[in-house]
Write a protein that binds this ligand. Sequence first.
Ligand SMILES: Cc1ncc(C[n+]2csc(CCOP(=O)(O)OP(=O)(O)O)c2C)c(N)n1
Ligand SMILES: [Mg+2]
Length: 570
Amino acid sequence: MGKLVADIIVETLQSAGVKHCYGVVGDTLNLIARSLEKSEIEWVSVRHEEAGAFAAQAEAQVADRLTAVAGSCGPGSLHFINGIFEANRNRAPVILIASQIIRDELGFDFIQEVDFKQVYRDCSVFCDMIHTPEQARRKTVIACQTALAKRGVAVLIVPADISASVVDDNIPYAVHVARPVTRPSDADLAEIAEILNKSENVVLYGGSGCQGAHQEILSVANKLKAPIAHTSRAKDFLEFDNPYNIGMTGMLGNEAGYHALLDCDALLMLGADFAWRQFYPDKAKIVQVDIDPTHLGRRHPITKGVVGDVKATMASLLPMLVERTDASFRSAYVKRYAKYRESERAKVAVGHDGSIPGTYLTQVISRHAAKDALFTADDGTPAAWAYRHIEANGQRRIFASLLHGTMANGMPSAIGLQKAEPGRQVVCMAGDGGISMLFGDLMTVVQQELPIKIAVYDNGKLGFVEIEQKAEGMLDTFTKLKNPNFAGVARALGLWGETVSAADQLETAVKDWLAQPGPALLHVHVNPMQLVMPPFMQVEPTIGMALYSARAILHGRGGDVWEMVRENFL
Ligand SMILES: Cc1ncc(C[n+]2csc(CCOP(=O)(O)OP(=O)(O)O)c2C)c(N)n1
Ligand SMILES: [Mg+2]
């Protein structure tokens, strides 16, 4: 008996593990929507498709399962693009069903015609159209399988006449996902062991590939008496229960991690593809372990690169390493890191005049949030504060746009996390710029009855960009934001909403906010002059700040300079 292609597509998505499909319905998608309604997949209506893509990629990451988004033809499926870039860069298995105008009109600039294959080619691991009704099942299977196996976005373009076709569907194509354990050859392992055994001071440097390998990494660090530095993305996996931790490197990092990498003789990179080349050592031998062979040596020249899962590779390497007794190099950096943490803690306090620095707000949130809370943070100062001031414990997770670096990721990602984990506390740290960008999807939070807790870090500006401009010696340009009372807007939309401006009221406000049973938005006026300091005072930013100060004073804005100095240096 014949089967409707729309049903075949949805059935295949369901068998591949899809639980939610985020999107906005319309014309060419309507038949698929009807099939979805009959299926076990839950449809989540969003207000802007971009928000749906952010949500899907967050769900895909936290639940480690294929998650779907679907759009109508033309603008509908085009709107996902920024979230699709985010998903693909985060290696999140997401499938976009991009519905298309009928085949007969393709190629004639028909109304709403968009060549999705061109548009999505650079941000997907699979991008193809179902050309005939007969190939519907096979192509949907291979799209799902590619997203899961290559870990990224599959874009499946589905012309409306194909969804509406009925075909004989009796060939049992099905999604197969293999999860092999990969480790380097014995010869490769022997070579790595020799480099590490012969080096004096070794540092381990972990990236997001360290997920699930905590114990094996600590065993290697113990044997080599090596400190462990990590990227921001690896914070969730390496900061907790780790006496050898020396924190993050990079612009968000600290000086212990930064200097250890520059001072070591051998660097063992584990599942790290950190992009900024200036943070790599020039004189040390670098050994890189990565599951993706294309990552080996692509950021900085390396001595030896091997392919493997971090967990399996460390377990195989351990017996080949010579146990050391001298832990003085490691102790020096662990102490340096402890000193940095202490001084950071001392610095994080109520601002002058009782104002609320973003760092202080983040510490209060960290103190009161659940032990297994899921955090999202908008690109901008909220992401910087999240990675520096949310305490990791092995259960908490932080989701920020570290690879794509997009604004507005926070609140929509929180939607996906809460859909995936209805029982967990989900906290979004939003910028005033970030939240405004996809503001409409606060209505999705309400419509879906998701008890997400949103804190808006309202500094009245595009703060991070203003810091960049100041570091370049510029006066702030086009960064001001004229904001509404976000709490009032939240209440009008159906969320709980409160505003807080004084530091002495913050603790109570945060507790009230987190205790709300439903969606809640805390609007916090944060100190607008707080800077994100790099782990070292680079020469360029220092000169830049001096130039900015000189220009600001010349423009009669000496008060701004004084406030910036007072909030950050005094
Ligand atoms: C979609 C997008 N547009 C622009 C930028 C450039 N950008 C990076 S951070 C930022 C400012 C963010 O402002 P806000 O959300 O208010 O956070 P703040 O840094 O002020 O705390 C901008 C404009 C970007 N990363 N993504
Ligand atoms: Mg801002």
